[in-house]
Design a binder for this molecule. Sequence first.
Ligand SMILES: Cc1cc2nc3c(=O)[nH]c(=O)nc-3n(C[C@H](O)[C@H](O)[C@H](O)COP(=O)(O)OP(=O)(O)OC[C@H]3O[C@@H](n4cnc5c(N)ncnc54)[C@H](O)[C@@H]3O)c2cc1C
Length: 415
Amino acid sequence: MIQTREPGATWSGNHRYAAEKVLLPSDLDELAAVVASTPSLRVQATRHTFNDIADADTALVSLERLPVRIEIDGDRVRVEGLVTFAELAPVLEAEGRALHNLGSLPHISVVGATATGTHGSGLRNGNLSSALRAVEIMDAAGGIRRFEAGEPLFPAAALSLGALGVVTAVELRTEPTYAVTQEAFTGVAWDDIVGDVERVFGGARSVSVFTTWGEPAHDLVWAKSDDGDLSWVEALGGRPVGDDIHLGRIRTVDNTTPRGTAGPWHTRLPHFRADALPSDGDEIQSEYFVPLASAREALAAVRDLASTIDPHLLVTELRTVAADELWLSPAYRRDVMAIHFTWRNDTDGVLSVLPAIEEALAPFDARPHWGKAFTMPGERIRSTLPHVEDFLAAAREADPRGVFRNDYLRRTLGL
Ligand SMILES: Cc1cc2nc3c(=O)[nH]c(=O)nc-3n(C[C@H](O)[C@H](O)[C@H](O)COP(=O)(O)OP(=O)(O)OC[C@H]3O[C@@H](n4cnc5c(N)ncnc54)[C@H](O)[C@@H]3O)c2cc1C
């Protein structure tokens, strides 16, 4: 008898899953039986999304009872089961290996993050999906298909939104471990930030800018360097904040990673520590990706909406993501500026402001973050993705019964 539990809600509680239950298979055979016997199924991983992407009409499935395996082999690591970056990173570090980048928090699952194009920052850093070298997916017939980088359908399998089936294992590219020194600075003028985005966002391995779109005292440049040199931020007028860090209006309560000292990559690349509640907790997030070449104009268009945005905003974070080749990637074939909003946890308020931002960013062919709140019509999203039809064909072939389709995929992709 396969165990079940209540579906609950997303991490911030902004979406309560409509599915009746979460099925908890304990091995791949039980997982195959679940796939074969359930008309509508989506995987629930660590629930750090802000919409119904992981919801289903009938049931969810979690891999939390499946065995976990982490195997390092040369410059690859193979990850099986439900593993978070907080669990994976120390294992890599112990073997002298590292990932190229991490998101703002390590609490999220490797598969949920890579399935949605989750990213950190850095002009030369692709999103976390771009580190994938192979993906194994249980399709609707219960068989496991392996997709290797370079194969024709890999660009669909690596960033799949769960539409091809249940990802049972992934293999990620690793590199030799490295140390990172980070510091957050106030005092850099907005005009200097947007005046030369390549200079600011290219100044270190990973750079984030926090803003509330009007109050200069809230603007923060948070730079993470692998050569220890952050003098360029001070040359722009930046003053280190030390321990006195404020991310806009987020209630930052001793949850950030150490600044001012060098440490292993995984202890500095995320903003938030693995042992603490990340961000604010009582929030909704949205994010839009525009071509880096249009960043200055796109940021000006959003800044024109500052007074509309302000009542709902906790903080905006700006990051960059390098181009990749994954068909549904927000960075597909273009380096992008990621314009992120952490909102107060008020769904009606957030839904009232998103259309204006999406209109303002439409001339820049903005793509939304798949795991965050957005209202963009599916048709418009699809018009920004040149290979969407190839993706849909791959999904229909892997899942002819439509087991892994849900309202979200119908709305956004027309699947
Ligand atoms: C505090 C906070 C900070 C964040 N910071 C960032 C950030 O820095 N950068 C960024 O890009 N995003 C960020 N996010 C967003 C979030 O990390 C991503 O949206 C990510 O997808 C969450 O993964 P999850 O496993 O927690 O979510 P889930 O909702 O559990 O899963 C995400 C999606 O992947 C699918 N999925 C998961 N596992 C499988 C599987 N085995 N097989 C098939 N499909 C699967 C699910 O069905 C779902 O569609 C943040 C979120 C929070 C709450």
